[in-house]
Design a binder for this molecule. Structure first.
Ligand code: 5AD
Ligand code: SF4
Length: 470
């Protein structure tokens, strides 16, 4: 058993990262069996789940949509806020019921960020003994060995490394979409924002080699993909740990040169976002004019307590530069309310910044203390009631600007990558504009997978309607 240790996770040094190739061979031990994977949290997890599916299918497992028909269920978990934990523990209850009643042989496994938390693993060992295996984020490539050991020994398997392992290339992957693909560029995070658990659960910043990324994009383009989204907790730090003179601006430029139709990237950190990067985004037609730029707070005092490393003035300068240079850009953000010590005045400064920036959208969160992060040791000063009230007031302002910005697109003809049938109305299709607005489109399903002109006919806060222009 290898359990996580948060102290060791913090004590990490600047170890050399090894780049290795996935070349594990197994017999088809999943033949005639079904798997079900449930994903919580961010896009990194979405992409890790594509690798989990890839590995499972490589040994013969086939997917199913109903847990009741599954032989193995894997929860790819998120640790960012307490409600993410609650959802996972809630679903574990459902799985226990299935094991107790209809399928005692069901295998249940936990991967992802919760697996990296010492408290969670201790709780699983004590209270959730029916969990069959736990596999951490740093050794996901070892998943099949862990499952095989469970099957062969019938003992609970826990394998979680406290310090990151190698960067493993070519893990089998089954992608969700045939048109739009996630591409990892940097793992982990070294920013240590005081509220955030990610530097502990995802380890230190490690960049993939530029050749591996560019080759992956070329292969995706050759197999018909129209869009790639470059992924990392802080993509703007790309290359810092690996190269002296190659950064995200250089990578964007090289990925752009592959000629793939659309390039996106998430998530950005204002501290590492240089003017050189803004300029390359502005100058290339296939780099999409959409930037997710977390603000977190509009109060310099709170930003400092959060260890965000920028002031609201610096944020605004970068923000305005992007808005000025990148044509028709849209910018979204993340904001936390109720951080320890946040006063009404601090909160009003956040509202003030939202009024200045007029974001296209914002993900807003109530502060949730995460065990072992510095902010969890700060005295909480904002009651749940006040947090909810601030969240509500913030959302009203945020929605007003989403609405206003979207309504400016009414009547325009814009390019959309059509990705699927519309969730709301199966007679329509849906897709995303270059600046990442979701459009429900009147048009046939033959449009799926194509980039087409769409006339916007109506707009709301979170989506718009449009018609295919022939
Ligand atoms: N409490 C509330 N929100 C958080 N986030 C990260 N950690 C916490 C926390 N402890 C939010 C941040 C981040 C987004 C992914 O989640 O806004 O940008
Ligand atoms: Fe967490 Fe801050 Fe790193 Fe983002 S930049 S993952 S908020 S520590």
């Amino acid at each position: 058993m290898k359990k996580p240790n948060m102290k060791n996770a913090r004590l990490r040094g600047k170890e050399e990262v090894s780049y290795v190739n996935y070349d594990k061979q197994f017999d088809k031990f999943g033949k005639n069996k079904h798997y079900y994977v449930r994903t919580y949290g961010c896009q990194m997890n979405e992409h890790d789940s594509e690798k989990i599916c890839g590995m499972l299918q490589s040994v013969g497992y086939t997917p199913c949509d109903d847990v009741n028909n599954a032989d193995i269920v894997i929860l790819n978990t998120c640790a960012i806020r307490e409600n993410a934990h609650d959802k996972v523990f809630g679903f574990l209850g459902v799985l226990k019921h299935i094991k107790d009643t209809t399928n005692p042989n069901l295998l249940v496994g936990i991967c992802g960020c919760m697996a990296q938390e010492e408290v969670v693993v201790d709780e699983i060992l004590k209270k959730y003994k029916y969990v069959d295996f736990v596999c951490g984020t740093h050794n996901l490539d070892n998943l099949l060995s862990i499952i095989k050991s469970k099957i062969e020994t019938n003992n609970m398997q826990v394998e979680v490394l406290s310090v990151e392992g190698d960067i493993v290339e070519n893990i089998p992957v089954i992608r969700e979409s045939k048109y739009s693909a996630w591409v990892d560029i940097i793992y982990g995070c070294d920013k240590f924002c005081t509220y955030c658990i990610v530097p502990y659960t995802r380890g230190s910043q490690r960049s993939r080699k530029k050749e591996d990324i560019i080759n992956e994009v070329k292969v995706l383009k050759d197999t018909g993909y129209k869009e790639v989204t470059l992924l990392g907790q802080n993509v703007n730090a790309y290359g810092k740990d690996l190269y002296d003179d190659y950064n995200l601006a250089n990578l964007l430029s090289d990925v752009s040169d592959t000629g793939i139709d659309r390039i996106r990237f998430v998530t950005s950190h204002p501290w590492d976002f240089t003017e050189e990067m803004v300029d390359i985004i502005a100058s290339r037609d296939n780099i999409m004019p959409y930037i997710h730029l977390p603000l977190q707070s509009g109060s310099n005092r709170i930003l400092k307590l959060m260890n965000r490393r920028y002031t609201k003035e610096e944020y605004l300068k970068l923000y305005n530069s992007i808005r000025t240079k990148v044509k028709d850009s849209s910018i979204t953000t993340d904001i936390i309310v109720g951080f320890p010590g946040e006063t009404e005045e601090d909160f009003n400064e956040t509202l003030d910044l939202v009024n200045k920036c007029k974001f296209d959208g914002a993900f807003t969160f109530a502060f949730s203390p995460r065990e072992n992060t510095p902010a969890a040791l700060m005295k909480e000063t904002v009651s749940e009631e006040v947090k909810m009230d601030r969240l509500h007031r913030l959302n009203e302002v945020v929605n007003k600007y989403s609405n206003n910005n979207n309504s400016k697109m009414n009547g325009k003809v814009v390019k959309c990558l059509v990705t699927s049938l519309s969730d709301k109305d199966k007679t329509k299709v849906c897709g995303y504009t270059e600046n990442m607005k979701l459009v429900n489109i009147k048009g046939s399903k033959d449009l799926i997978g194509k980039i087409v002109d769409v006339k916007i006919t109506d707009t709301k806060s979170f989506s718009m309607d449009g018609e295919y222009c022939k």
